[in-house]
Design a protein around this ligand. Structure first.
Ligand SMILES: [Zn+2]
Length: 475
């Protein structure tokens, strides 16, 4: 191809591989343009570790950034489109720090044999399913869940993908859906030795390709990590290669860590060390790496996670659903571990996940007192730090100069709402309300509960049903 020196291979892939069916789902390839917006009349929950609830303030969004947060009288009266937030709570866009978009296509599938432990769930369901995924399955399932995320006010999602028979180009498909919806998406392919050396090599290459694609085409929206499945499906050689590739690319890793007790049993039996120690020895841990789950870690492993600055992502709904246990996020936070919140694809509704995180801590401890600050902290202070480390942008906090990722949620507080009561309102009330408006980088993706994207939602759902039916036949 004549442009090979000017058009990067992945950019060509992005253009050339799009099938007619995929292209037809949208009329144009861009999300709406950033606007100059003035959001007034609603209380503002600023997010972050030092969050505040600001009353009588407004928010000026300009050039994709929060230009000003100030009392209404100090904000410009003209020159910006006004969004009336009366009867709504203004919040930073929510962050999902561990997701698998492809899981969408399993919804309602009744063909998997019942499994009575975590490895059975993987063998009977996930590893049967992901081997049958095509590139279009990956693209459509991502688009479906991204549209759902816009409706839930989740503006940043860190994905972890697997499609062992359709690896090359898979992350580019997810990235493309991210660019089309205007969300911020973290990409990673979960490298594993479970499907043999070809898939392990392709997984490694796909992560590297995705990191380059994000740098060429992703702007402030896409970021790549080096994904790894889990200790029990990874050889020493593959861990070493992944570490080397991540170091070369200057990115962290994203791996499932001690999700079930069986991961520890396997690691001790085959390698003579516990999972966190094995990952540390191979250079996988560190301040740019996500260790998802960490359900079965002991105190020494918690101290290693803290000492290495590794980002732990808690996924309570998935852990309860798979009956693997409840991560001790109270102990982890006390030890100084950075803990965030993900959904592991159970939902894209972060406020639902937050509630379950809290109930899980209470039930797991048979004590309804602890866990509130740890659960809310995972979502509102942990996730912003995780996103900032990966994006290099102060996401998840409404501050002057921060990216203009803002949501409005229907809420008329029935009790006093201020900085001291805000988290209680969010867990027990705001979580039960509808998201009205979703803005990312100053672009309005949804307003008055109507999507503003130029994507045909009905056709996306229809195509997804067709692809899922075919996938279930192959399953
Ligand atoms: Zn996961």
């Amino acid at each position: 191809m004549a442009q090979k020196n000017t058009v990067a291979p992945l950019a060509r892939d992005f253009i050339a591989r799009a099938s007619a069916a995929e292209t037809d789902l949208r009329a144009k390839s861009r999300a709406p343009a950033a606007e100059r917006l003035l959001i007034v009349n609603g209380p503002i929950f600023t997010g972050g570790a030092d969050f505040a609830l600001l009353d009588g303030h407004g928010l000026l969004l300009e050039d994709g950034r929060v230009a000003k947060i100030a009392p209404i009288s100090e904000l410009p009266a003209q020159g910006a489109r006004r969004i009336d937030a009366r009867g709504k709570l203004v919040m930073p866009g929510l962050i999902n720090a561990h997701m698998h978009f492809y899981s969408t296509l399993v919804r309602g599938l009744g063909k998997a044999a019942p499994a009575h432990d975590f490895n059975g769930v993987l063998r009977n369901l996930w590893w049967r399913l992901d081997r049958k995924l095509t590139l279009e399955d990956t693209y459509i399932s991502s688009l479906v869940m991204m549209l759902a995320a816009v409706r839930c006010g989740t503006t940043t999602l860190i994905d972890h993908h697997a499609s062992p028979e359709a690896i090359p180009g898979s992350l580019v498909r997810i990235g493309r859906a991210g660019l089309e919806t205007g969300l911020r998406i973290g990409l990673a392919y979960e490298i594993s030795d479970r499907d043999g050396p070809r898939a392990a090599a392709e997984g490694l290459a796909e992560n590297a390709d995705a990191v380059r694609f994000c740098r060429q085409r992703g702007g402030e929206h896409l970021r790549g990590l080096v994904g790894l499945h889990a200790s029990f499906t990874l050889s020493d050689q593959t861990l070493a290669r992944a570490h080397a590739r991540a170091a070369y690319l200057g990115v962290g890793c994203h791996i499932h860590c001690a999700e079930a007790a069986s991961d520890q049993e396997d690691c001790l039996a085959r390698h003579g060390v516990r999972v966190v120690e094995r990952l540390r020895r191979w250079g996988i841990l560190g301040p740019r790496t996500i260790a998802a789950h960490a359900v079965h870690v002991d105190q020494s492993e918690i101290e290693t996670l803290a000492a290495t600055g590794t980002m732990v992502v808690h996924n309570p709904q998935s852990n309860l659903n798979n009956a693997v246990g409840i991560a001790d996020i109270v102990a982890m936070r006390a030890a100084g571990v950075l803990v965030g919140l993900g959904t592991d694809a159970m939902t894209v509704n972060m406020l639902e996940e937050l509630r379950v995180a809290l109930w899980a801590q209470h039930y797991g401890r048979r004590d309804p007192a602890p866990g509130f600050m740890e659960s809310t902290g995972a979502l509102f202070s942990g996730n912003p730090v995780i996103a900032e480390r990966i994006w290099g942008l102060p996401l998840g906090r409404l501050r002057e100069g921060a990216p203009a990722d803002v949501i409005l949620v229907d809420y008329d507080p029935p009790t006093p709402l201020d900085t001291g009561s805000a988290l209680g309102h969010i867990v027990f009330g705001v979580s039960q309300s509808a998201v009205d408006t979703t803005i990312v980088a100053g672009r309005v993706l949804m307003e008055n509960k109507v999507l503003k994207l130029d994507i045909d939602e009905e056709r996306v759902a229809a195509r997804s049903r067709e692809l899922a039916a075919a996938l279930w036949q192959r399953f």
